[in-house]
Design a protein around this ligand. Structure first.
Ligand code: ASP
Length: 365
């Protein structure tokens, strides 16, 4: 599918002239990729349809109350995030890089289904980020009376523009804002398909909470020690697979995954603290795959907690088979980190080493 990008200086020109051109003035760039947040209900059929982003003001007139310019990019047609592809992540990185000096912060409106993957990928691709990149969306379309989209959007814009008393961005990270919670993007998982609290960061505390005031938890926020220049990365290799264990998993299933043509890395979703069956055929196959240069990363199927492969014999055997620890990583983060590392051409040994270090606060080691 081909997507076009439409630039809409909707709010900036109408409300504030061309101030967004001036980097010293607070300004926010909204990038609308699609998802439920950008939908309205067709009055006749009741079906959800995409609506033109430049109509946003009709649905959220309060947006005009922001005292700073907001420009927007719209993907045309807007995409359901189940169609998300690494090529779109590259496009998002390109947009942010090209506009980096012009805006105080960025808000990406995105479908909820793959938002955690996009947030994780961007956290690795935007090295040296010193400005907020806030992803948000909604469970109910903006055109529906009880929508959660309005609050999510308004708070995300406020956070993207927020600066401390020294003029430094309050949250210089790729984040997801949902239902009053600002979370580190690469720690977040979609965990509810029904309720407004669709996302959770199980293994890392929230970065901010929106109540009457937006309260930032400084101790949790990642900051570069020295001033850094944004270094965008575009290289991703998608030869990655996920193998989720379950009792009764058959040899031919494991075989098929480990022998996928061109496969370079596997996220192995294990039990509890990183445990797996001790069947000889299983461990031998993992051992052979590792020896062939396939990087296998151990992630727990549990939502919260960390892999500790030295805790039980079952985990230890995996370590001996060459499997590397994924610590408390989400699957979304492990998959995109592997795409990123393999894409940069590192050897399997180097990828294994780098999986043990945090790039953007994605694991606790
Ligand atoms: N299927 C939609 C999407 O991810 C769901 C949503 O936006 O919440 O694009």
């Amino acid at each position: 599918m081909l997507y076009f990008l439409i630039y809409i200086p909707i709010f900036a020109e109408k409300l504030h002239g061309n101030q967004a051109m001036n980097a010293t003035v607070t300004s926010v760039l909204l990038i609308y990729t699609g998802g439920t947040i950008g939908m309205i209900e067709n009055a006749q059929t009741g079906a959800l349809e995409n609506f033109n982003f430049d109509k946003l003001q009709e649905y959220i007139p309060e947006i005009q109350n922001f005292k700073f310019p907001i420009d927007a990019y719209q993907f045309d047609p807007p995409m359901d995030s189940s169609n998300m592809e690494p090529e779109i992540w590259r496009e998002l990185v390109r947009i942010i890089h090209r506009n980096y000096e012009r805006y105080t912060g960025f808000v990406i409106l995105h479908g909820t289904d793959t938002m955690a993957y996009t947030a994780s990928a961007l956290s690795f691709m935007l090295e040296g980020l010193e400005k907020p990149v806030i992803l948000t969306g909604s469970q109910l379309p903006i055109g529906v009376l009880r929508t959660d989209g309005k609050e999510n959007l308004m708070a995300s814009i406020e956070i993207a523009a927020a600066q401390d008393e020294n003029g430094k961005p309050s949250v210089p990270e790729v984040c997801i804002f949902f239902e009053s919670h600002l979370m580190r993007g690469n720690r977040t998982t979609k965990m509810n398909a029904e309720n407004f609290n669709a996302f959770r960061s199980f293994n890392y505390p929230v970065l901010a909470k929106a109540g009457i005031h937006i309260k930032y938890y400084e101790g949790q926020i990642l900051r570069n020690k020295e001033k850094r220049i944004l270094k965008p990365h575009y290289l991703l290799d998608t030869n990655v697979a996920v193998l989720k264990l379950f009792p009764g998993i058959q040899e031919n299933v494991v075989d098929a995954i480990l022998n996928i043509k061109g496969i370079k890395a596997i996220v192995l979703e294990t039990y509890g603290t990183g445990n797996a069956p001790q069947k000889e055929w299983f461990l031998n196959k993992l051992c052979q795959a590792s020896a062939k240069g396939i990087v296998i990363v151990n992630i727990t199927q549990c939502n919260a907690g960390t892999v500790d492969m030295e805790r039980y014999e079952t985990g230890y055997r995996l370590l001996q088979a060459g499997v590397v620890c994924g610590y408390d990583s989400t699957t979304e983060s492990a998959v995109t980190k592997l795409m990123f590392l393999i894409g940069h051409g590192y050897s399997p040994e180097e990828v294994r080493k780098r999986m043990n270090h945090s790039i953007a606060g994605e694991i606790s080691v």
